[in-house]
Design a protein around this ligand. Sequence first.
Ligand SMILES: Nc1ncnc2c1ncn2[C@@H]1O[C@H](COP(=O)(O)OP(=O)(O)OP(=O)(O)O)[C@@H](O)[C@H]1O
Length: 581
Amino acid sequence: MSSDNSVSLETTSTSLSEDPLNVAFEDIDYTVRSGILAGGRKTILKNVSGCFNAGELTVIMGQSGAGKSSLMDILAGYTKPTNGRLLLSGRLRNEKIFRRRSCYILQDDKVQDTLTIFESLTIATQLKLGNHVSTEQKKRRVEEIITSLGLSRARNTRAGSLSGGQKKRLAIGLELVSEPSIMFLDEPTSGLDSSISKQLIFLLHLLARQGRTVVITIHQPSAALLRMVDKLYAVVGGRCAYTGSVAGLLPYLEQLNLTCPPYHNPVDFLIEICNENANALVEHSQNGKCEVWSEYNPIETDDNFVENNIKNEEVYLTTLPAPKEDSTNKILLKMKSTYSNPVWKQFATLTRRSLLSLWRNPSFTVMITGIHCSMALFIGCLFHNIGEDAKYVRDSYNMLYFSLMFLMFTAFSSVSIHFPDQIPVVRREHFNRWYTTGAYYTSTLASTLPTQTVCTLCYATIVYYMTGLPLDAMRFATFSWTLLAVSYVALCIGLLNGSIFNIKNGVVIGPFFIMPFTIFSGFFLRYSDAPSIFRWMFHVFISKTRLSGPSFCYIWNGSTQIALLRLVLPLHIPVQVYSRH
Ligand SMILES: Nc1ncnc2c1ncn2[C@@H]1O[C@H](COP(=O)(O)OP(=O)(O)OP(=O)(O)O)[C@@H](O)[C@H]1O
C-alpha cells in the first residue's frame, strides 16, 4: 500500500462520526404465507436479537436459506417483522428518521449502464441533495467520492463497461452521496473473485472505521476477509448461532466442546457443524442476546495486516469526510418530507437521465423507427390508392383496423420488454429515497413519448399518402391523432404490464392484457349487438370505436365518423378523441 494510503488508514480509523448510530433488534419473528391454497405460514426468523455497533463492519453469515437476507431486509426497513423491536442507538427507531440516515444495497442491484461514473454520481447528487446544497458543493462531493473509491481512472467510463468490483464500488458511491451513517449490503461479494472481494471488504472496513455502522451478508467469508471484519453474526435456520468478534468464535465453540481442527477456517467449521448442533449454539448465544463474545478482543481486526496485505489497493478515503448528519435530513424533518427535492425537480432530472440513456444507446430507437417505416411502406403498397375510390371502402376500414392494432401492439410490447430491465435500479433508488414512483413513471413516459410520437407520425404520413386518402389537413390530423392516442394508451398499459411482471411473464400475460382491447374495439362486435351483461367492457377497454351504418361508408372519402377512445389509465391520464363531421 502506498504511503498515502497508510496515512489515510490512520486518519480514517480515528475519525469517528460525531453521531454514531447503533442498530439493535430484539425478539424478531418473521413469518410468511406458504402457498395461497395451503393457507399455512412458514417461519423464517425465530425470536432473534442482536446489536451492530457504529465503527464496526459486521458480517451476517450462514448457510444458504438460513435467513440472512430476510434479517437484512428487516434491519434495513425493506420488510416488516411479524413481531419484535427495532432500535436505533438504544431507542425504538423512527422509520422515517432511520431511512434518512441509512442506505440499502441489494444483491442484484444494478447501475445505469449507459451513464459514466461521473454522470451517475452527478445525477445522484442532484436527486439526493436538496437545493440548500450549492452546485459547487455538489460537484465537490462527486469528486470526493470518485477519488475516495479509487474510481478516478474510470470516471468517464460507462457503467456497462466497468468491472464487477468497480460497479459495486459505484453502487456504494451513489449511496455515499447523502452520507449515510448506516449501510446495509446484501451479498456484496457475490460474483466477484477473491482479490476483488478483498478490495471491496477493505473499502467497507474503511467506511466502518469512519464511524459508520456497516452490515453485510456473506454466505461463508474466507479467512482473508475475516481479518477485516469486526463482528460475526451467524444464522442457522432463522436463529442466531453466534454473535461476537471473529477472535471470540473459537473459544466460544470450545466451550461447547466443538473443537475446530488446526489450520481450519473457524467460520467454515461453524458452517459445517451448525446444523447438527443448532439447538446448543442457539441456546449458548441466547439467540443473539449474549454479547460476551463481542467483548472478546473487541475490534480485533489487525489494521497492520490489512495495510500490508491490501497492496496496490486503489481504494482510500483521504478525501471522504466522516459521516455526519446531513443538513438535508434536518430540513426534511422540519418539512415532514421524505425526499430532498420537489417532485417536479425529480421528474426533470429523471427525464434528462432517461433521454441521455436513449441518446447513448440509440439501437432500440433506430430499430423501432425502422419497423414503423417498413410496415408503413408495406401497408402503403398493399392498400395502394384505395382512398381514391369508394368501392374500396371496405379495404379502408381494414387498413385502419390493422394500423390501430399494429401501433397498439408495437407500443405495448416495446415498453413491456424494455421496462423490467429498469426495475432493479428503480427499486434501489426509490427505496433509498432518491425519488417518488410517480416522478419515475411520468419521466419514463415523457422520455418514451417523443420516440413513439415520431414513429407513429412517420407511419401515419407514409400510409396516408400511399393509400391515396384525400389530402385534407383536418382529416390527416384526425387520422394521426387517432393513431397517436391508441399508441400512447398502449404505451401506458405496456408500462403497467412491465412494472407488474418480469419479461418472461409479461410476454406470456401481455396478450391476455391487450386482447380485450381488440375484441371490444367495436370493429368485430358493435356495442348495440353485444349482450347487455358485456356492455360495460366497451367502456373499460380503451379502443371503443363508434362506427355506425352509413357514416361508416364515408370514413375516408367524405364525412368522417371517428373513434371515441375512452381511456382509463393507470397513470390517470384520460385521453379522448372525439369524432368530427
Ligand atoms: N416471501 C417468502 N415466501 C416463502 N419463503 C420465503 C420467503 N422469503 C424467504 N423465504 C424462505 O426463507 C428462507 C430464508 O431465505 P433468505 O433469502 O433469507 O435466506 P438466505 O440465508 O439469505 O439465503 P441465500 O444465501 O441463499 O440468499 C429460504 O428458505 C427462503 O426460501
